[in-house]
Design a protein around this ligand. Structure first.
Ligand code: HEC
Ligand code: HEC
Length: 369
């Protein structure tokens, strides 16, 4: 006796459908909890009066802790001074024209104010925007895709990168070793001749001093309730509630150190930039980039790894529309329906994150002989 076709169909569906449902599990339990928390945060109504009463802020926003210093590269004034000289010294490059400070210029918030930096020699546009080195001491990974784990490792990268400073390491080390004042300093600081490794260590030590001092926001959370004005307080409220910026920009340095795909359109010379995927080869990381700090953000325009947004207003408008689009875009960005006034509030708050930077006097570079 044969089973009627409709019975077979229904039985088949009854078996296959639950299997499909069990495979279709877009968010593991933790992520679902997180979503509910975020949904709740988006709906939470906070007034300026209640904000002023809060002793701790959502998203663990707060003052920066002391700069973490690795045991393998302790800070000394002489090392920091040497690192500063090297940071500003174009002789680290293949043609004596490119210094770290060319693209990370203190006058422009340690960036170059260009959408994308101009590379070595022929000044061709690089594929990505030059990020600031302000507060990189707090990063858990360096570069937009996090491919360097430490600042020491990072600093060696651009020196030898053909499109950045294009040095042959041996030639460069010979050049630096030929400068008597430098050999003297390296001997004093490291007890040895200059090497690519100790050059990276000295530069990293200098970078660890380029950190932001107290901003209006910091003074506010430490108890000076007048440090932010009402517009900035409204912006802060949006930041932690309806706009849910703290999903990613959280903690003392306004980043959770994750990598996210905001659906930004590609701009510049690259056709496609797979970002974090290049490091992890995880398809979920395609087009994901590091969540940057927002401290001193008003000093470091233009914005994003593409350098595509000229102003903070443009960035806020991008988020207001729910970010960009694309196959791998994060579900965390939703249209915000902010009024013009609310957009201004958010920008005003972001400007309240600017703290003083240590005064950096341009170093006198040691002469060749
Ligand atoms: C030609 C321009 C250029 C020069 C010269 C240059 N950089 Fe960069 N720097 C960039 C760009 C562009 C990036 C981002 C690259 C990426 O993410 O793939 C970057 C990234 C960085 C980062 C990572 C910051 C972060 O938040 O992830 C640090 C730190 C840094 N550079 C320090 C240096 C140091 C130290 C030197 C000198 C040894 C240097 N740079 C020379 C353009 C430059
Ligand atoms: C899903 C995580 C996420 C959320 C939510 C988020 N951001 Fe971002 N933000 C990022 C990432 C990732 C970047 C860098 C993206 C890139 O360049 O590809 C970024 C970049 C920025 C920048 C530019 C930083 C720079 O140095 O170029 C600003 C400003 C900014 N975000 C502000 C905000 C504000 C304001 C909100 C809330 C309306 C917000 N972000 C919400 C992840 C997020």
């Amino acid at each position: 006796m044969s089973i009627p076709r409709w019975v077979r169909r229904v039985t088949c569906a009854a078996v296959v459908f639950p299997i499909l449902v069990s495979m279709w599990n877009p968010s593991p339990a933790g992520a679902a909890d997180q979503d509910q928390k975020v949904q709740k945060a988006r709906r939470t109504l906070i007034t300026i009066a209640t904000l002023d009463q809060m002793t701790s802020l959502p998203g663990e926003l707060g003052p920066l802790p002391a700069v973490p210093i690795p045991m393998t590269n302790l800070q000394t004034p002489a090392k920091v001074e040497l690192g500063k000289e090297l940071f500003f010294d174009p002789r680290l490059s293949g043609n004596d024209h490119w210094a770290c400070s060319t693209c990370h210029n203190p006058s422009f918030g340690y960036t170059d104010n260009l959408p994308r930096s101009l590379g070595f020699g022929d000044e061709k546009e690089l594929g990505r925007h030059s990020p600031t080195i302000i507060n990189v001491a707090y990063n858990s990974a360096q570069f937009w895709d996090g491919r360097a784990a430490t600042m020491e490792e990072q600093a060696m990268g651009p020196i030898v990168a053909a499109r950045e400073m294009n040095s042959d390491p041996q030639v460069m080390i010979k050049k630096i070793s030929g400068i008597p004042a430098y050999t003297e300093q390296f001997k004093q600081v490291f007890g040895e001749e200059p090497t690519l490794k100790n050059i990276g260590m000295a530069i990293a030590a200098f970078e660890r001093t380029v950190v932001t001092g107290e901003s209006a926001f910091d003074r506010y959370i430490k108890g000076d309730k007048q440090a932010l004005n009402d517009q900035q307080k409204r912006g802060l409220i949006l930041f932690v509630s309806r706009a849910a910026c703290t999903q990613c920009h959280k903690g003392a340095n306004f980043t959770d150190s994750s990598f996210q795909n905001l659906g930004l359109p590609q701009s510049g010379p690259l056709k496609e930039d797979l970002g974090r995927y290049n490091v992890t080869k995880d398809p979920n990381d395609k087009g994901a980039f590091k969540v940057p700090s927002l401290r001193n953000i008003e000093m470091t325009a233009p914005y994003m790894h593409t350098g595509a947004f000229k102003t903070l207003e443009e960035v806020v408008e991008f988020y207001n529309q729910g970010g960009g689009s694309g196959p791998n875009k994060t579900p965390k960005l939703l249209p915000l329906n902010l009024t013009d006034g609310e957009k201004k509030d958010l920008v005003a708050f972001l400007k309240g994150l600017t703290g003083p930077l240590p005064q950096v006097m341009l170093p006198q570079l040691p002469p060749r002989s």
